[in-house]
Structure formats: structure tokens, C-alpha cells
Design a binder for this molecule. Structure first.
Ligand code: NAP
Length: 308
């Protein structure tokens, strides 16, 4: 039995669908109880409304699981209060069940870098969100090395695809014209949401991967300008990251998000050679991923996170 926590989010909903396709038994958890997945994706899934920071409840829900997928992403302003508690609860629940815990992670713990990001890179977070990510990763790996639980960490680059909220994931597909904070001509590595989910499933089934961090197979680096062109959008309007500070005065989410805009002022290259040379696999085709994202946005029109 596979437990997906954060099952209705961008990553979690792909995981649920893919596990079902592979004939697995799935228990799906989210906080709001709002499911919002097509009926066909619900067939055979046991949905449970629960707060992932509740260790006792998570232990009950994970009993009997072989794998627990942690795809929880609380709203940014709640990260400091909630994320460490969620991490601890899922470490403890997966450990008690004897299940492997696979954590969906990002790259904010690396901070400012001057070379492609690799899994052995030291953590030098420059913002409190990055510091929290470093803390979560250390907490997770330490639990593995203590023997409390078996874990694997999957790290994505700039995520895009249906449902994804990120500058690539939403701003590029919504609004009249894509806006980019930072330099739109710097290299950036797009990770397609399906590749994130299938990598997590691979890691759950590969004992050799446990206790380690793995970068998800991603497209060759492109640029924000090129990404918008491929999506057939109007030319990107580039804004200095300082302009985002003004948005932060009126939006709490923008105020938190501003901290990680540094990543668009440096080459954002995520090297996934380690995963592909050990387990194989390739990234989804960028054009096909963009086409699927456009289809989803047409069916689920959303306002851009930014004014365009
Ligand atoms: N989005 C990105 O750009 C990006 C990039 C790289 C890595 N990641 C990482 O990948 C992971 C998944 O991200 P995502 O973009 O797929 O997330 P998402 O679409 O925002 O979905 C978040 C999910 O977490 C659930 N959730 C939030 N707080 C919860 C709680 N306290 N208890 C139970 N469920 C809770 C939400 O359920 P409700 O809606 O019911 O609250 C939802 O199902 C996160 O660790 C994220 O940091 C994301």
C-alpha cells in the first residue's frame, strides 16, 4: 500500500494517478478534504482528510504502507511553523510502519551557486525558506542514518506542468504576457511534473537509492525567454528582482517568494546525471510538457500570480 501525503497537489495528484496505473493500492491524504480530481482518478483510492503535522494521525494512516510519499507544501507563510512538524510526523509514521519515506524537495538549500547543482554540493541557503529546506533535508537524512526510517529525497529544478505553482508552472501560462523577475536570458533547468512523480516511485523501489539525495531527470537548460516562445506566449517582460519588493508590500506570498528570486539572477542548472547513470530514464520532451501545461491551463483558467 502506498500513502501519498499532499495527494491533491501538483506532484501528489500525478503520483496518485501513476501508482493507480501501475495497479498499486493508494491511500491519499490532504488537509482541506477538497479532492478536485477527475472521478476516473479516484477509482480505488482511499481519500483521508488529515493534517500531516499530526504525528498520531499520520502513524495510523501509514500503518501497513510500503512507501510514503511526502508531497506536502504548506502556504509559504506557514513554512516555519508547519514544515518541521510535518517532516517529523512523516519520519515517525513511515518509520513505525517500516515504510520508505520519499520526500519531494527543491533546490533552495544550495543558495547562490556558481556551477551546475549536484547532489554533493554544500548547503549555503541565502534566505529563510532555503534554510528551512536545508533543515528538513538534514532532519530526514539524519533519521535515516540513525536507523529510524528509510528515506530517499528527490529534488526538482524549476517545476512546470498541470497544476504547478512556480514562475514557470503558472506565470508563464497565465495572464496576458509572461513576466519574469531576474534575467530571462540566463540558463534555467525545467523539471516536468510527471518526471518528478515517476522519479519518486523509482526511488521508493530501489533500496540502493535510500539514504541519499537524487536530482530528478530534467530538460536541458533553456531560458525563460525561450520557454515563453515555445509556449507560444507573448514576449517575456523582464523586471528587475527589486521590483518584486514592491509587490511584497501588498502580498504576503510575494514577500516570502521574493527571498528566492536570487535563483533567477544566476545560472540555474540542475545536474541529474547521478540519477540517470544509476537508474536510467530520461526527462519528458520539453515541447510535449509545455503542450500538456497549456491544455491544462486552457481547461483550468487561472489568474497569473503576477500582474501582466
Ligand atoms: N511548486 C514548485 O515550484 C516546486 C518545485 C520544486 C519542489 N517542490 C516541492 O515539491 C513538493 C510538492 O509541491 P507541489 O507544488 O506539488 O505542492 P502543491 O501543488 O502546492 O500541493 C500541496 C499539497 O499539500 C497539501 N497540504 C498542505 N499542507 C498540508 C498539511 N498540513 N497536511 C496535509 N496536506 C497538506 C495540499 O492539500 P490541501 O490543498 O488540501 O491543503 C496539497 O495537496 C513540496 O515539497 C514542494 O516544496 C515544489
Amino acid at each position: 500500500m502506498h500513502v501519498v501525503v499532499g495527494a491533491t497537489g501538483a506532484t501528489g495528484s500525478v503520483l496518485v494517478r501513476e501508482l493507480l496505473r501501475r495497479g498499486e493500492k493508494v491511500r491519499a491524504v490532504n488537509r482541506s478534504g477538497r479532492v478536485g480530481l477527475p472521478d476516473v482518478e479516484l477509482n480505488g483510492v482511499e481519500f483521508i482528510r488529515a493534517n500531516a503535522s499530526d504525528a498520531d494521525q499520520m502513524t495510523e494512516i501509514c500503518a501497513g504502507a510500503t512507501a510514503v510519499y511526502h508531497c506536502v507544501r504548506p502556504p509559504l507563510p506557514e513554512w516555519l511553523e508547519l514544515y518541521p512538524r510535518v517532516q517529523q510526523a512523516l519520519i515517525s509514521a513511515a518509520g513505525t510502519a517500516g515504510a520508505v519515506l520519499v520526500f519531494a524537495d527543491d533546490t533552495w538549500m544550495y543558495g547562490r551557486v556558481d556551477r551546475p547543482m549536484t547532489e554533493d554540493m554544500p548547503y549555503r541557503p541565502v534566505a529563510h525558506l532555503g534554510l528551512i529546506r536545508a533543515w528538513l533535508a538534514e532532519m530526514t537524512l539524519a533519521a535515516h542514518h540513525r536507523g529510524d526510517v528509510r528515506v530517499a529525497i528527490a529534488r526538482a529544478g524549476e517545476l512546470y506542468g498541470p497544476k504547478v505553482e512556480s514562475l514557470f508552472g503558472s506565470t508563464m501560462f497565465a495572464g496576458k504576457r509572461p513576466i519574469w523577475f531576474g534575467d530571462p536570458d540566463l540558463p534555467i533547468t525545467p523539471t516536468y511534473i510527471d518526471d518528478f512523480a515517476t522519479t519518486m516511485i523509482t526511488l521508493a523501489g530501489e533500496p540502493d537509492a535510500w539514504g541519499e539525495v537524487w536530482h530528478v531527470p530534467s530538460s536541458e537548460p533553456t531560458t525563460a525567454r525561450r520557454f515563453a516562445e515555445l509556449a507560444g506566449r507573448a514576449a517575456v517582460r523582464a523586471m528587475p528582482t527589486t521590483a518584486a519588493k514592491a509587490l511584497g508590500l501588498v502580498s504576503t506570498v510575494a514577500r516570502h517568494g521574493n527571498q528566492v528570486l536570487y535563483q533567477f539572477e544566476q545560472p540555474f542548472i540542475v545536474d541529474s546525471t547521478r540519477f540517470t547513470s544509476q537508474f536510467g530514464g530520461t526527462a519528458s520532451d520539453l515541447r510535449e510538457g509545455i503542450a500538456a501545461s497549456l491544455r491544462w491551463h486552457r481547461q483550468n483558467p487561472r489568474r497569473s500570480l503576477l500582474p501582466s
